[in-house]
Design a protein. Structure first.
Length: 551
């Protein structure tokens, strides 16, 4: 394989052997396929969904909308895409995100490299031939020296562990597998199970349309005003003029985005000033509150002050004091669960047809044929919507059989928790790469910037290998252990691990618990990635190309 080789001559009949297999057609997969193709490599992509878009292809639930600014949540590698695409809203809704993916795929001619509706079931390393052998659900086999898992941190939906789910006779929908055909809500008794980012968006969207809406809440989330708006043409023109600088700023920020990150500690300013800063941030909307102070995820006391500020806001909107009280999150630090953004979530509870079922004081016992039974009785439903989250970070890779050196599977390797080198590679799995993988900054920084960073890093390594006649690479065990020590040391400093969330694996029974995220910020993460390149990849163990040696 030569990363700089030209495409095979048109006269050659045999298909060119593959250089890279890419799994997934979300942000990471699309950029990977583009990048490797532009390097002259032969790429084959696989995607279980019917089209490009990754998590957004599946998440067509009512009210689905990105909670990072669209300008920020978009590719930065292509000037053409940046200039020719125009976002209509500050926070784009799912249909516009799908239109964006479609635009990118067409403009860069990416679809021809993918097999859609094709689930990869197995990937196994062939030691002798230094190849990954990938098998699809249809039983087809593909081989390539490199395999890139762009499978995303949130691609395996998680059903609730409640007895009786299969008994329910009404309409049952999973937010993360929403049908493509229209769903009607008028006049129906609807239950929404789950109050994370997804549940909140669904509730505010269908609350006004439903006959009756019952929101089953176990843990309340902190949610802040999104303050979405249409983008004015002058603003868009200004952004387009300054994209290079905006991208550079995002790449050099701890959250990988344009959201300001403060260097001011909470208790370094007076109580009046703190209040003013929080109120300003609240009025600005989005995740501005998170950016007000530098130590909100480090100092529990500062965190609690901000949590109380947010709880007060709930009380100002929700008319019924019992409902307001039940909606106030307690018992975990704010921002330790992924903060949510809403447009009218709390107002929705003031509608007469919307009811909060507090599953802490009135726990769910079972799902029945007719609805949900809690301790206090049965709530009959025509429709049940599951917004119960994902087997995050590791679920996608563990869902199929990935077998590395000496027949060892990722399931074995991760039996006590995900281990990786910078979220990009694993010891024992040569030439296998992940984008936004566990122990990288996924979920804590802009996923598009991380995807681009990861693909560029992998591409640099592939080029290095091609230039040096190298056939296989994996991290040294010591290097992987050293990375895991860094991840653990940083995790010990933050409050992020102090809530029961998908970040720490708490939402999946039997899953090893622990924070599989790099909490040092995107800037630091990129520094580590750059250092690995600068030092000639000395943390990695290389093998020469076996066929080249034999020749
Ligand atoms: P989530 O944050 O994990 O929330 C799942 C919800 O389901 C929680 O409220 C959970 O309650 C509840 N639940 C699960 N099992 C339950 C049970 N047996 N009984 C009662 N309640 C149960 O999942 P999500 O809302 O899908 O969000 C996941 C991530 O996707 C977010 O953190 C975010 O990163 C991303 N996301 C982003 C956007 C966006 O960009 N706008 C939108 C949606 C999602 P407990 O907490 O008590 O377990």
């Amino acid at each position: 394989m030569n990363a700089e080789s030209a495409p095979a001559p048109a006269s050659s009949k045999a298909p060119r052997p593959l250089d890279v297999i890419v799994v997934g057609a979300g942000f990471g997969g699309l950029y990977a396929v583009y990048k490797f193709r532009e390097m002259g490599l032969q790429v084959q992509g696989f995607e279980a969904g019917g089209d490009v878009g990754g998590v957004w292809y599946w998440n067509r639930y009512p009210g689905a909308r990105v909670d990072l600014p669209s300008i920020d949540y978009s590719f930065g590698f292509s000037k053409e895409i940046e200039q020719e695409w125009t976002w209509s809203e500050y926070f784009a809704a799912q249909p516009e995100l799908m239109a964006y993916f479609d635009f990118v795929a067409k403009r860069l001619d990416l679809r021809r490299h993918f097999r859609f509706n094709t689930r990869v079931e197995r990937a196994a390393w062939d030691e002798e031939r230094q190849l990954w052998v990938v098998t699809t659900a249809q039983g087809e086999r593909f081989e390539a020296p490199y395999c890139v898992m762009a499978t995303g941190p949130l691609s395996v939906p998680k059903d609730p562990d409640i007895p009786g789910l299969d008994r329910f006779k009404g309409e049952l929908y999973r937010a993360a597998r929403w049908p493509q055909t229209p769903v009607g809500y008028a006049g129906k008794r609807i239950g929404v199970l789950g109050t994370g980012s997804t549940g909140i968006q669904i509730v505010q969207e269908i609350g006004p349309q439903a006959g009756e809406l019952f929101v089953f809440q176990r843990t309340p989330s902190f949610t802040m005003p999104m303050r979405n708006r249409r983008l004015d043409p002058d603003y868009v023109a200004e952004v387009k003029r300054h994209y290079p600088g905006l991208r550079e700023a995002a790449r050099n920020s701890p959250n990988g985005g344009l959201r300001p990150a403060s260097t001011r500690a909470f208790f370094s300013v007076t109580p009046e000033e703190r209040r003013r800063l929080l109120e300003d941030a609240w009025r600005n909307g989005g995740l501005a509150v998170l950016g007000t102070f530098s130590d909100l995820l480090l100092n529990p006391e500062a965190n609690e002050h901000v949590a109380e500020f947010l709880r007060e806001r709930i009380g100002e909107v929700v008319a019924d004091p019992v409902t307001a009280e039940a909606l106030k999150p307690r018992g975990y630090p704010v921002f330790a669960r992924r903060p949510c953004l809403d447009s009218s979530y709390y107002e929705t509870y003031n509608l007469p047809q919307v009811h909060l079922v507090d599953c802490i004081s009135d726990p769910i016992v079972e799902i029945t044929e007719k609805g949900i039974r809690t301790n206090s009785g049965e709530v009959e439903l025509d429709m049940l919507i599951l917004a119960t989250g994902y087997d995050g970070l590791t679920g996608a890779l563990l869902a199929f059989d990935v077998v590395g050196r000496d027949g060892r599977s990722v399931n074995d390797k991760w039996s006590e928790g995900a281990r990786s080198y910078m979220g990009l590679m694993m010891e024992g799995f040569p030439n296998l790469f992940m984008t936004t993988g566990p122990n990288g900054p996924a979920a804590l920084a802009n996923i598009v910037r991380i995807s681009e960073n990861d693909v560029d890093w992998i591409a640099t390594l592939m080029t290095h290998m091609a230039k040096n006649g190298l056939g296989a690479v994996e991290p040294a065990l010591e290097a992987e252990n050293a990375w895991m020590d860094i991840v653990a040391a940083l995790a010990g400093r933050t409050l992020v691990s102090q809530a029961k969330t998908w970040y720490v694996g708490a939402n999946v029974a039997g899953k090893p618990q622990g924070l599989s995220l790099f909490t040092g910020g995107f800037t630091k993460y990129r520094e580590y990635c750059s250092a690995a390149i600068q030092n000639g990849f000395r943390d990695l163990v290389f093998e020469h190309e076996k066929l080249a040696v034999a020749a």
